[in-house]
Design a binder for this molecule. Structure first.
Ligand SMILES: [Cu+2]
Length: 207
C-alpha cells in the first residue's frame, strides 16, 4: 500500500514536470514567434486623419487626427494606451500631401525593426490587403507623421494611405505626440492644427 502510494506521487510529479516544461517551452516559442502577431498584452488602436475640419484660429480647413472608438471619431488631444504593452497602431489617412519634414524625422523609427506596414497607398478606400513594409516615405508622398520624441517614435504617413506600426509603451507616464510635417496654417505651416491639441499634436496618457 505504502509503495503504491509512493509510486503514485512519483508518477504525478513526473506528469507535472513534463507537462509544466512543455507548457513553458510552448509559451516561450509562441512569445518569440508572435512579436508581429497577437500576444496577450497586445493593444489595438486606430487613428483617423481627415482634412475637412474647420479650425477658427486658422480661419480655414485644417487636417486633424482622431481616435476611432466604437465606430466614432473621438478627440486625439489625449490618447490613452496601456503601459508595458505592444501597441498595434493603425492610421487611416484621408488627407493628401505632400509636406516637408526635417531630416531628423525622415525615417521610420521606434517601431518594430524601425519599419511600418503601408497598404492602400493613395487608395484609402480600397479593400485590397496587399502592401509592404517600409522604413521611410519620400517627402513627395508624405502627408503627416505621428511622432513621440520621448519614445524616439516616428511613424510616417503617406498621402491617402493606411499605415500599421508596432511599438512598445513604457510602464506609465504622459508623453507628447506631434505631427512633424508642416501641414498647419501660417507662412511656416506650423500654426493652426500644428499647435492645437487634438489636431496635429496632443498627449498620450500611459498607465
Ligand atoms: Cu500633419
Amino acid at each position: 500500500m505504502k509503495t503504491i502510494e509512493t509510486w503514485f506521487y512519483v508518477g504525478l510529479l513526473a506528469v507535472i514536470l513534463i507537462f509544466g516544461v512543455g507548457m513553458y517551452y510552448e509559451g516561450a516559442i509562441s512569445h518569440a514567434s508572435t512579436s508581429t502577431q497577437s500576444s496577450s498584452n497586445e493593444y489595438n488602436i486606430t487613428l483617423v486623419i481627415t482634412n475637412q475640419n474647420y479650425l477658427s484660429s486658422a480661419g480655414r480647413d485644417q487636417p486633424a487626427f482622431y481616435v476611432l472608438e466604437n465606430g466614432k471619431l473621438m478627440s486625439s488631444s489625449q490618447i490613452y494606451l496601456p503601459g508595458d504593452s505592444l501597441i498595434r497602431m493603425t492610421i487611416i489617412n484621408y488627407d493628401s500631401g505632400p509636406g516637408s519634414v526635417s531630416s531628423a524625422y525622415s525615417k521610420v523609427s521606434g517601431t518594430l525593426n524601425n519599419t511600418e506596414y503601408v497598404f492602400n497607398n493613395s487608395m484609402v478606400n480600397s479593400t485590397a490587403q496587399s502592401g509592404q513594409w517600409i522604413s521611410s516615405v519620400p517627402s513627395s508622398n508624405l502627408s503627416h507623421t505621428f511622432t513621440v520624441a520621448q519614445l524616439n517614435l516616428n511613424i510616417m504617413i503617406p498621402s491617402q494611405s493606411i499605415v500599421v506600426a508596432y511599438f512598445h509603451t513604457p510602464a506609465s507616464g504622459v508623453l507628447n505626440w506631434q505631427c512633424e510635417v508642416d501641414c498647419g496654417a501660417g507662412s511656416s505651416g506650423w500654426g493652426g492644427a500644428m499647435d492645437t491639441p487634438g489636431w496635429m499634436q496632443g498627449e498620450i496618457v500611459v498607465d
